[in-house]
Design a protein around this ligand. Structure first.
Ligand code: CUA
Length: 322
């Protein structure tokens, strides 16, 4: 078993699977490697046997008679019981790994992660919000998932963990990252236009760096207003639809040098981009539609989700994009 684990882990980690960032990843890969090897052996026996018998018992002369065999009890028992044993092994093995995955450790660091079209936001116990999910290494972390709109699925391939984020209820998963570094979080449930862009970084850092990061993030309230706006812009994932450093449109209009412009509206006429226009566009995106963009707008409303102070900071940040 030990040799199997060693060999398979190397093979799986180096060849076809993403880097193994947790112990669970190794257990999953072991089981997967076992399935793969058993399948290859079965395939070789089945296809090899078929070819061998086809050649061996090929009719050689016109009078060649095929032996008349109706059944063989020993053989039938053998080919039923052996696969049954293999399947039961796979079932029990899978059960153990799945049980490990689904049993939340009581001492875990809890992080609230919310999926929203089209970004993940992490929220820590001390109120810090972040688009990057930062966790300490070698520590049990529990992710409590929620969704603000539609089904999403939180997937970290390197950790071999995945869980749906479902509107109207909490779901959860846990991991213990054993490697420092950055890992990808994907959305694994089709959720609309920018589903494929719903990617977040999961940073595994030392406990010391984690504490430092958490403290510095919690001091966000003392930043200059436009700087705070930039932070909210990141945490609310505005950048997934709006450019800020060039005039090219993404899903929504670029915000680069937008302030003060006259925008042509689908509704007719124009609107000047001032504080109230930006406010309205964030709080009630269906109020006005700029020519060249879809109506109704795919932009979600932030009514009730941003405080006046946060909104003001965002607008201040947008004003400064020159
Ligand atoms: Cu969120 Cu796909």
């Amino acid at each position: 078993m030990a040799i199997w684990t060693l060999l398979m882990n190397r093979a799986m980690a180096d060849t076809f699977m993403p880097e193994q960032g947790t112990e669970i990843a190794k257990s999953v890969d072991n089981l997967y490697a076992f399935l793969l090897v058993v399948s290859f052996i079965s395939c070789a026996i089945l296809i090899g046997g078929m070819i061998y018998f086809a050649m061996k018992y090929k009719r050689k002369t016109a009078n060649d008679k095929t032996a008349y065999i109706t059944h063989d009890t020993r053989l039938e028992v053998l080919w039923s019981v052996v696969p049954l044993i293999i399947f039961m092994v796979v079932f029990a093995w899978g059960w153990v790994v799945f049980h490990d995955m689904r049993t939340m450790p009581a001492d875990a660091l809890e992080i609230q992660v919310t999926g929203k079209q089209w970004a993940w936001t992490a929220e820590y116990k001390n109120g810090v919000k972040s688009v990057d999910i930062v966790v300490p290494v070698n520590r049990n972390v529990k992710i409590v998932l929620a969704s603000e709109d539609v089904l999403h699925s939180f997937y970290v391939p390197s950790f071999r963990i995945k869980m749906d984020a479902i509107p109207g209820r909490y779901t959860n998963l846990w991991f213990n990252a054993t490697k420092l570094g950055e890992f990808h979080v994907f959305c694994a449930e089709y959720c609309g236009t920018t589903h494929s862009g719903m990617i977040t970084r999961l940073k595994v850092v030392s406990q010391e760096d984690f504490d430092k990061w958490l403290t510095s993030e919690s001091e966000i309230g003392t930043l200059p207003i436009a700087e705070r706006g930039r932070k909210y812009f990141q945490t609310r994932a505005c950048a997934s639809c709006h450019n800020v450093d060039n005039p090219a449109a993404k899903v929504g209009p670029s915000l680069y040098q937008l302030y003060g412009k006259e925008e042509a509206l689908i509704e007719g006429g124009t609107a000047k981009v001032d504080d109230n226009y930006l406010r309205e566009s964030i709080m009630d995106p269906q109020a006005k539609h700029v020519v060249g963009f879809p109506k109704p707008s795919p932009m979600p409303s932030f009514q009730g989700q941003l405080s006046e102070s946060e909104l003001a900071a965002l607008i201040e940040y947008i004003k400064g994009l020159k």
